[in-house]
Design a protein around this ligand. Sequence first.
Ligand SMILES: Cc1ncc(COP(=O)(O)O)c(C=O)c1O
Length: 393
Amino acid sequence: MNVHTRLVHPHDDREQHHGASSVPIYQTSTYHQSDPEHLGPYDYARSDNPTREALEQAIAGLEGGARGFAFASGMAATSSALLLFQPGDHIVAGRDLYGGTYRILTTVFHQWKLDVSFVDTTHPDLVRQAITPATRALFIETPANPLFSITDLRAMAALAREHNLLAIADNTFMSPYLQRPLELGFDLVLHSATKFLGGHSDLIAGLAVARDPALGRRLRSIQNAFGAILGPQDAWLVLRGIKTLGVRMEAQQRTANTVARWLATRPEVRRVLYPALPGHPGHDIHLGQADGGGAVLAFELADGPTAVAFLKRVRLPLVAVSLGGVESILSYPATMSHAALPRPERLSRGITDGLVRLSIGLEAEEDLMADLESALTGRTDSPPPKKRKTQHE
Ligand SMILES: Cc1ncc(COP(=O)(O)O)c(C=O)c1O
């Protein structure tokens, strides 16, 4: 069935929850066992919860995998997946991976003696050269933040097959609505469901989907043992968010295309980074593996002070760490996502002080562009909103 239909009807068994239109929130920690010698399918809620299970089945269906898992955050999903490896194993990871993934690999899993090489995965040859006899996995993100660098998913899957490696993709920026790495040969997909899947900037959640049942069994045992599970209230919110994923992504992507093209004509903007713009590095590869450029883009202003002044002037987008919500969100890599990178290293990667990232929400495009234009030009047509009084005032 069409993905829009599957988003609204992710489960076929309506009777399981008494025909309820929305899967109930099973707010429980445990389950009475009428026969203590033969426990029922649900015995303790860290192991199984029907609300979480409904979300896990929904994401497995959308990504086309055998089994899905819901975790307390995107980082909990990533960390649990990294527990698949052992001390002494080696991973080839994308140089532009999400900063939190970089941090956990270089701190916690470094102590755990998991060895990592960070490589520019836009060049399959560099990935091939980084593979050693101890390599067990490739871990990539495409498009990668914040320059929207594109990695060829089919080429990575082929390399992984050739060297018997697990191919792992963080699919947060695209969501399964636009890109499904498992269909292109990947083994494991990870998500920060905090972003497009939840979609409303009101929860923190993570998801993982394994393509084959054997990997699913290993992850299931880690999820149960490590215990970084998603609670039933947030699982319900993600399930609700998923029902509108298709219409949100369509509308947000449409506006992103318009805004990216408009920004590219602005004299204040030095460059626009958006995978669907002709001329973007990896444009053809991206459109061969995803159904559009997505709803997040970046653009570069003259310098740091210009970017900061712009961020202080905008009214509609939140200026915040995150993306994928119904409201547009502007973030500033220099002090937010990439603050941990030493400045020379950040600049050498092209993440300049003038770079701003914009996650497009559901605002009308004319309102959004009018707001961005007045912030770019320094013209303000209306007085700034009144500051709310704090308790001390
Ligand atoms: C691409 C990507 N992966 C993983 C994460 C981590 O997710 P969470 O913040 O839900 O732990 C983020 C968060 O921004 C992200 O952008």
